[in-house]
Design a protein around this ligand. Sequence first.
Ligand SMILES: O=C(O)/C=C/C(=O)CC(=O)CC(=O)O
Ligand SMILES: [Ca+2]
Ligand SMILES: [Mg+2]
Length: 391
Amino acid sequence: MTRIDIPRDSLFGKDNLPYGVFSVAGGEPRVGVRAGDHVVDLAAALGDDVFARSSLNAFMARGYDFWTGTRRRIGDLIAGDVPDAAVHPVSEVRLHLPVEIADYVDFYASEHHASNLGRLFRPDAEPLLPNWKHLPVGYHGRAATVVVSGTDIVRPKGQRKAPAETEPTFGECRRLDIEAELGFLVGTGSPLGSAVPAAEFSRRVFGAVLVNDWSARDIQAWEYVPLGPFLGKSFATSISPWVVPLQALQAARVPTPVQDPRPLPYLREDEPWGLDIDLSVSWNGEEVSRPPYRTMYWSPAQMLAHLTVNGASTRTGDLYASGTISGPEKAQRGAFIELTWGGKEPVRVGGEERTFLEDGDEVVISATAPGADGGRIGFGEVRGRILPAVS
Ligand SMILES: O=C(O)/C=C/C(=O)CC(=O)CC(=O)O
Ligand SMILES: [Ca+2]
Ligand SMILES: [Mg+2]
């Protein structure tokens, strides 16, 4: 038997306990929970086959009461001795995509990001479009290209046309960017023809991950009017391997910014789900931005209510992301197109000037939030390196 020793200042203490899918050398992927610097094999420790799977989906589909019970059992388990065979140092496991992603939606919930992109993409128009404060704007993305942290990102190719060019050309993306976001995973779905009230968010959504919504700005700028992002976004979206349970985020709840005009009734919340989460974005090992999630205008409960208000169904494994997280300060911007103002104001990273991503560049997004014990909890990280385009 093993007693798991969790350091007092660990970001993975008993008030966090994120879930993931891991494997050890020669073993099959299975569901684990992170406690300190260890991963506990839940099928081995709790004796339930729902955890002997290569994704969290079956566990998520069991629903809120089962998630709550499991979290309690894990708390009891790690307070005592755990069978040796169920405990692995996190440094010795491989982490996999935690969830089989069903649908993927990307919102646009940061007022600062939406205003900045409006100025950059539509310099002659009002930065915020008239609908923006009435509904959480979003688009449907590509679930099949959601990948786990550590997966290399191949530079996409496509059609691009800079404003000064008269004809489009085909070739590799020249304005490859990141978007630092938070993603929410639907645990229990909802049937076609029904709407999910904002108040049901905490019973339906299983947990949250970090998201990097890689974006090819030149492809996007040329293709996206009038139907929205398409190939400029669909080549890859990276997520962190640890899913932080929504129950671990209770201590991070804060009000959203004041919403004026008052949203329509289906978007109103009695206790808003703003979240006090601090993100950090590193480019080739240097921190270049600290996006504050608490500045997001729309809450994830409002996003879910909006996503289903027309009767669209949801499924276990649906991922919806917040949209790029940008605060009011320059050093809080969650995309490089904003940080470098369209490439006109390069940033210095590792002694070199950067505007957009170059081959070999690596981006790491991490985050922490207040935990229930007065300390902090961690999301881990989402990491990706750019490989050259395929010739
Ligand atoms: O304003 C635009 O034309 C484009 C916006 C984006 O590319 C942002 C997007 O994907 C949604 C988000 O991450 O906030
Ligand atoms: Ca995005
Ligand atoms: Mg993407």
